[in-house]
Design a protein around this ligand. Structure first.
Ligand SMILES: [Zn+2]
Length: 268
């Protein structure tokens, strides 16, 4: 989708609402109260009303829930984040979207990144490699991470069909779980909104056999590091995996309709 097409299809708040409503109805809206299929749309209040009386808002049950952002802002953010080769920094996207409060944009971007990780399922992959291992100290800032190991799982190494799933260093995952458990008890807002990262299981690492595979993996790691160091500054170790999700998503859908796929991930 180019920019002109985006404006034509999603240029107004009304068009975004219509699209979202249509997409949700296509999937079917189930009432959480009585489990019946709801079709009664009240356009004035923008919710579906079940015969049992329950109201289901346009955002409820999707990842757009618990944000007050306009739908058009969501659509713009989804478009921008799926149409950039590298990645947006939070400050840059805030400027482009015209939102002064960077924290709001940070949550928006992190939700999108979390959604990007939804269909990267490590279980399906047959080969995984540690592509780098140097510094084992886990530091909070990304500058301390650039030489750490990042595991990559690849589904196929055939040229053009390869898919990857970059996984944050295992040592780091352990500290993330410990930290998240502490934060959960204190009611940390970010975890309430984004959820806690699921455990990613890794078996014993395999070393690349062919030098071509090794070179390919090295390039991947170099590129992901370039984004982390060049675009994002001060990435917290708590959220490193979400950046890895974004990188993997952009790589895996490089020849496909990223906008549509991401939209689907956000709805489920
Ligand atoms: Zn109901």
């Amino acid at each position: 989708m180019n920019f002109e097409e985006f404006i034509r299809r999603f240029g107004t708040e009304k068009k975004c609402v219509q699209y979202l409503k249509k997409e949700r109805e296509r999937r079917g809206i189930c009432c959480s109260n009585c489990k019946s299929n709801v079709t009664n749309w009240r356009s004035k209040h923008m919710y579906w009303r079940c015969k049992c009386g329950k109201k289901i808002s346009l955002k409820s049950g999707t990842m757009l829930e618990s944000t007050k952002l306009k739908y058009s802002i969501w659509f713009k953010a989804i478009f921008l984040m799926t149409h950039i080769n590298k990645s947006y920094s939070c400050a840059e996207l805030s400027r482009v979207l015209g939102i002064k409060r960077e924290r709001t944009v940070w949550y928006l971007m992190m939700k999108i990144r979390t959604a990007m990780g939804k269909d990267l399922n490590a279980k399906d992959y047959f080969q995984y490699l540690y592509i780098y291992a140097a510094n084992k100290d886990s530091e909070k800032n990304i500058t301390g991470l650039k030489n750490q190991s990042i595991s990559a799982i690849c589904r196929s190494v055939k040229k053009g069909n390869d898919e990857i799933s970059l996984i944050a260093p295992v040592e780091l995952q352990v500290s993330v779980f410990a930290k998240e458990n502490n934060l959960k008890q204190s009611g940390y807002r970010c975890l309430k909104i984004l959820g806690v990262q699921e455990a990613i299981e890794l078996k014993d690492p395999m070393s690349p056999v062919k030098s071509s595979v090794k070179n390919w993996m090295d390039t991947l790691l170099m590129n992901s590091n370039r984004i982390l160091n060049g675009v994002h500054h001060g990435v917290s170790f708590l959220h490193i995996q979400k950046y890895m999700f974004e990188f993997s998503f952009n790589y895996n859908y490089r020849n496909k309709d990223k906008f549509r796929r991401l939209f689907e991930c956000l709805l489920t």
